[in-house]
Design a protein around this ligand. Structure first.
Ligand code: COA
Length: 382
């Protein structure tokens, strides 16, 4: 039995060493595989980011081309996956649930594929197929047929193509890529921890990413950007920001897109995504929304400091995620699934790191219940 008080929610507990990302919550720093997030996220392609996380270095031109080609060749879904998506769409299952269900079918082979026992090959298939699942499912939900992938397009651009039926402008593809890179890894967050626990038992990549999606979907982790955008729309105009936000706090509601377990200063990812949103929001209507959002942010920060003095509740990644994803015309229902499309790079990389470590993750709990209960036969229970 541990003699010290357990850290509720494992807050502050260091559970492993990693080369994948450094999250410095006191100084607002995020380093991904050696690169400050603001250095790498707006410049790299998502394929480069995946290579970096899996290999601890950037690819050369040939390696990048090979990975691009391989990921593009894996965009066909197993037949059972598409069948499942059709059933899920008939029942109007939420997109993140459809992704979780479909992810677990990725243990099956697509038509013409040979059997694999190589975790790297499985990881490539999973990374390549997440956007295909999300785009296909969204179209099925809208009563449309999925659009076949375009092997000539990169990972991010192909996702938008399969979703929207036209190749995106370079600006939109860049904005999405910046977003996916920004969220690709983030220390021992709940979904990554889940994935590592699963891999640590000797289990496989598909099991790990399926469990990770389950952890990601909750509003305290990846489910916040939709509500954050809803909040901005609900406010509607700058003059109403203070009144609406005050009322929410008075009702004990949390302001979505604010607060973080680790960051006690502004989340550095918020700045990267703010830059991406600014570059994207050029027209007048867009500009109005952007200005409203920055006003809502400033008001929320002021009121949170008043409401919870000294708690340091600052803007987190979700607030500007909402603006970037809305700017590329993604519906809010796709925000959390899109987070998964980026984070799966980190989940798989952590899976490899955990496999190399080869150590079961198995913490202890402190039992606080009674010890001497007696079994009463059913007829004597009230
Ligand atoms: N709005 C209002 N109050 C908030 C808040 C928010 N966004 N975030 C935290 N608080 C308050 C809590 O009510 C709590 O107050 P209390 O101690 O008086 O009860 C205090 O601040 C600490 O919150 P706690 O939930 O213990 O912190 P945590 O480290 O467990 O939680 C989050 C971190 C992210 C779960 C939390 O800040 C949150 O719910 N944010 C909104 C959802 C969100 O944006 N999630 C995306 C995260 S990237």
């Amino acid at each position: 039995m541990p003699d010290s008080k357990p850290a509720v929610g494992l807050e502050g507990v260091v559970a492993a060493q990693t080369r994948l990302s450094l999250v410095d919550g006191q100084n607002g720093v995020l380093v991904i595989a050696g690169f400050p997030v603001e250095e790498i996220a707006p410049k790299a392609s998502f394929e480069e980011m995946v290579f970096l996380l899996w290999n601890d270095r950037l690819p050369n031109a040939r390696e990048l081309e090979d990975l691009r080609r391989e990921l593009a060749s894996l965009r066909t879904l197993p037949v059972a996956t598409t069948r499942l998506l059709r059933d899920a769409a008939a029942q109007k299952a939420p997109v993140i649930d459809a992704l979780r269900m479909a992810a677990s079918t990725l243990s099956l082979r697509a038509h013409g594929e040979t059997e694999s026992t190589d975790p790297r090959r499985d990881a490539k298939a999973v990374v390549a197929r997440f956007p295909v699942i999300v785009a296909s499912y969204w179209r099925l939900l809208e009563g449309k047929e999925p659009i076949p992938a375009d092997p000539g397009l990169g990972h991010a651009a192909n996702f938008l193509f399969m979703l929207q039926g036209k190749a995106p402008s370079p600006e939109r593809a860049r904005a999405l890529e910046t977003y996916l890179n920004t969220v690709s890894d983030h220390g021992f967050n709940a979904s990554t921890f889940t994935a590592r626990v699963i891999v640590s038992t000797g289990s496989d990549v598909v099991s790990a990413i399926t469990g990770a999606i389950g952890a990601l979907k909750g509003p305290l982790h990846g489910g916040a950007p939709g509500p954050a955008l809803d909040m901005v729309f609900e406010i509607g105009e700058k003059a109403r920001a203070e009144e609406v936000l005050r009322a929410k706090l008075a009702r004990g509601e949390r302001l979505m897109g604010f607060g973080h377990r680790v960051y006690k200063v502004r989340d550095p990812r918020a700045d990267v995504l703010n830059g991406a949103a600014k570059a994207l929001y050029k027209g007048d209507a867009d500009k109005r929304l952007y200005d409203l959002a920055t006003h809502v942010e400033a008001t929320a920060l002021r009121l949170l400091e008043e409401h919870k003095p000294g708690r340091s509740l600052k803007t987190n990644v979700e607030f500007y995620t909402a603006l970037v994803l809305h700017g590329i015309e993604l519906p809010t229902d796709l925000f959390t699934p899109c987070f998964a499309i980026g984070r799966v790079a980190g989940w798989t990389a952590h899976g490899f790191e955990q496999q190399a470590l080869g150590k079961l993750i198995r913490p202890q709990s402190e039992y606080v219940g009674p010890r001497d209960r007696k079994y009463a036969p059913l007829e004597r229970r009230s």
